[in-house]
Structures are given as structure tokens and as C-alpha cells.
Design a protein around this ligand. Structure first.
Ligand code: 4NP
Length: 152
């Protein structure tokens, strides 16, 4: 199972989701891989935002080695599940889908915890450190559901 986490910049939410999901894969002993990317190219090659790194570190997780990259069409072939953080990311990725098979892989990540509610993971970039902790808590809930779904 190959999972792709998608946000706008790939320096805040989706690298956090990648780190959290990687820990869940290890915790549950799953045969799965996770990666992340952004819909935009603003932060290609950049490390995760220092606040994202700090928040994960407080929860004993290290995402310092991750680097930003932009979504590419071939990701539809490389990944089984594509989770977007908000409705903008969702719309942007769905607009790139080539067929129904691509479309079926794409889902708003919080729908794993709260089905059909389309709750966005708020962009913490312009706020303070507390926004990152909120994102961490939301993503932990969703990644746990994803892990349970893969295990069963
Ligand atoms: P992310 O947050 O999509 O969670 O990585 C953002 C990071 C950077 C920008 C916007 C959102 N930016 O405009 O540079």
C-alpha cells in the first residue's frame, strides 16, 4: 500500500502527515509506504517549517530529513491512496486526474475520522505554534483510522 499526503506547500501539513503516518505504519507493523508533496512549487527542496519539525519532535518524531516536492501526474500511478489536507488541495488534484481510477484514489484526509464531513486541516503557516499542535492532533486521529483500515 502506497500512501501520498498532499497539501499546498509541502512544508507544514503534509510532511507532518507523512511523519505521523510513518510512525503509525511502524506501530501497526503494516506493509505500507508513505510520501508527501505539495500542489504548488513554492517550497521545492525545502525542509519542513521549523514549527512543524518542533511539534513532531515534541511527540518524539523526526521529519527533519524530508524535502518539499510538487505533485506530479505520475503520482497517480505510483500511489494507491492520495489524501489531501483541504478542499483546495482536493480540487486541484481532482482537476489533474486523468480518469475515474485516478479520482477514486483521492480523499480529504479528515473524512477518514469524520466521514462525509469534508473537514479541512487548517493551514497553520500564517499562525502560531498552537496551530501546529492542532494539526498534529487532527492528523493523528486520521492516520490512526487509515492504519486500522489497512490492517483490516
Ligand atoms: P502547507 O502550508 O500547505 O501546510 O505546507 C503552507 C506553506 C507555505 C505556503 C502556504 C501554505 N506559502 O504560501 O508559501
Amino acid at each position: 500500500m502506497k500512501i501520498l499526503m498532499v497539501c499546498l506547500g509541502n512544508i507544514c501539513r503534509s510532511p507532518m502527515a507523512e511523519g505521523i503516518m510513518r510512525d503509525k505504519i511502524n506501530e501497526y507493523g503494516l506493509n505500507a509506504q508513505v510520501d508527501s508533496c505539495g500542489t504548488a512549487d513554492y517550497h521545492v527542496g525545502d525542509s519542513p517549517d521549523h514549527r512543524a519539525q518542533k511539534t513532531l519532535k515534541q511527540h518524539k518524531s523526526d521529519i527533519s530529513m524530508l524535502r518539499g516536492r510538487q505533485f506530479q501526474i505520475s503520482d497517480f500511478d505510483s500511489f494507491d491512496l492520495i489524501f489531501t489536507m483541504d478542499d483546495n488541495n482536493y480540487g486541484n488534484i481532482m482537476a489533474l486526474a486523468r480518469n475515474e481510477e485516478d479520482e477514486k484514489k483521492v480523499e480529504m484526509i479528515m473524512n477518514k475520522a469524520y466521514p462525509n464531513e469534508n473537514i479541512p486541516v487548517p493551514d497553520p503557516y500564517y499562525g502560531g505554534i498552537n496551530g501546529f499542535e492542532e494539526v498534529y492532533q487532527m492528523l493523528t486521529l486520521a492516520c490512526d483510522k487509515i492504519a486500522i483500515g489497512i490492517k483490516n
